[in-house]
Design a protein around this ligand. Structure first.
Ligand SMILES: *[C@@H]1O[C@H](CO)[C@@H](O)[C@H](O)[C@H]1NC(C)=O
Ligand SMILES: *[C@@H]1O[C@H](CO)[C@@H](O)[C@H](O)[C@H]1NC(C)=O
Length: 354
């Protein structure tokens, strides 16, 4: 009897210890490396801090905007390199109704919810489930019931994996534990293919395989209309310079494209970005239905790594995702995931230079 009690006490102790560890996880840095292709990541926000890859002369440069210190990541308002959730992009009025219940969320963006609320997955410390420098790193996070107002518990797992000489795959998995919940994860790296400190991306050439966009109002909330890009400044069906339409759209882009996919849930090409100066090219593939094309119009003298100052148009973000504010648009593809179901989001980045 005493033995059993002792054993139970021991097990309880282990459990408490594990939990305490869970709440005081250390913020650390982790490298991935294959030859001249290198990443630096942190478990704060499951964030990509840097990605180094060669240009057409074989000269490496870090092509990801970021900061020198974790303090800066904690105070960051731009989501540099971070993993976004529970629901990326905007939710109108900071609320939604599911199974007859209305959920109130933090209104952190002009009365709406942006990128999971005021302290989303980009601002929590993740656990590291496994890390092999020459192959992958897997971060996990257990989101608790009512975290940022969202229903039920959610188990999240994100793996960054080296899959080719200059190829990175990102696999995001989420499983609701006890309640149906909206899930829309996104990876929010800011890319400048000339190097993070090389100026603006206005002469980068972009192609986006989406012939429609989800039209939005002034606060970037979808109106519900899905409109063709033909004859608009949003047409990147053929490769074009980012700045092509700068006279029509002085702040350029922050828009969700509806991707032209033949099959849902299959990997398809999302976008290609090329920098004519360095010769670097980035191809992005994903299984998602949409991609947010953002050209950093809101950056304003942000102090970055190695003394860099990031101005407006310093980078491009291509966040594959479900459509913004889907929870409030019954005609948009649903983002509700139920217990027993698995959300799976895959991205593949392929870098070349010539
Ligand atoms: C990773 O980034 C952090 C924060 O900028 C830095 O302190 C650390 O030295 C970097 N590690 C490598 C290997 O570059
Ligand atoms: C950029 O920041 C400066 C200093 O805080 C401010 O005066 C200026 O209005 C800002 N510019 C924009 C476009 O927000």
């Amino acid at each position: 009897m005493t033995k059993i009690v002792l054993l139970l006490c021991f097990l309880l102790g282990l459990l408490l210890l594990a939990q305490a560890r869970d709440h005081h996880r250390k913020i650390e840095f982790y490298e991935l490396e294959r030859g001249d292709f290198k990443l630096n990541l942190t478990n704060y926000g499951a964030t990509i801090i840097s990605l180094t890859t060669p240009d057409k002369h074989g000269k490496p440069a870090d092509i990801v905007l970021g900061y020198d210190s974790i303090d800066s990541y904690e105070n960051d308002k731009s989501y540099f390199g971070a993993l976004i959730g529970r629901v990326a992009n905007r939710i109108a009025g900071a609320k939604f109704t599911l199974d007859g219940k209305t959920y109130q969320l933090p209104a952190n963006d002009h009365g709406n919810t942006l990128h999971g609320g005021s302290r989303g997955f980009s601002d929590v410390v993740w656990s590291v489930e496994s890390h092999k420098k020459h192959s992958h790193i897997t971060f996990t996070y257990n989101s608790y019931e009512n975290e940022q107002g969202f229903p039920g518990k959610l188990k999240v797992k994100v793996t960054y994996m080296l899959i080719g000489a200059h190829e990175l795959a990102v696999k995001m998995i989420a499983k609701p534990v006890d309640k149906a919940t909206p899930v829309n994860l996104a990876q929010h790296t800011y890319w400048n293919l000339g190097g993070h400190n090389s100026g603006d991306i206005l002469s980068h050439i972009v192609q986006i395989f989406g012939s429609h966009i989800t039209a939005v109002d002034k606060l970037l909330i979808p109106t519900g209309e899905i409109i063709s890009v033909k004859g608009t400044p949003y047409d990147f069906l053929e490769p074009k310079k980012v700045a092509t339409y700068i006279h029509e759209l002085p702040d350029l882009y922050d828009m969700n494209y509806v991707l032209d996919k033949s099959f849902q849930n299959h990997l398809s090409k999302v976008a290609v970005v090329r920098d004519p100066v360095s010769g670097r090219k980035m191809e992005l593939w994903s299984n998602q239905l949409g991609v947010q094309f953002y050209t950093s119009g809101q950056l304003n003298a942000t102090k970055g790594k190695d003394g860099a100052i990031y101005h407006k148009f310093a980078a491009i973000a291509l966040e594959t995702q479900g459509f913004p504010d889907s929870v409030n648009h019954p005609y948009f593809p649903t983002q509700i995931v139920k217990p027993g179901e698995t959300y799976e989001h895959i991205m593949v980045y392929r870098f070349t230079a010539h």
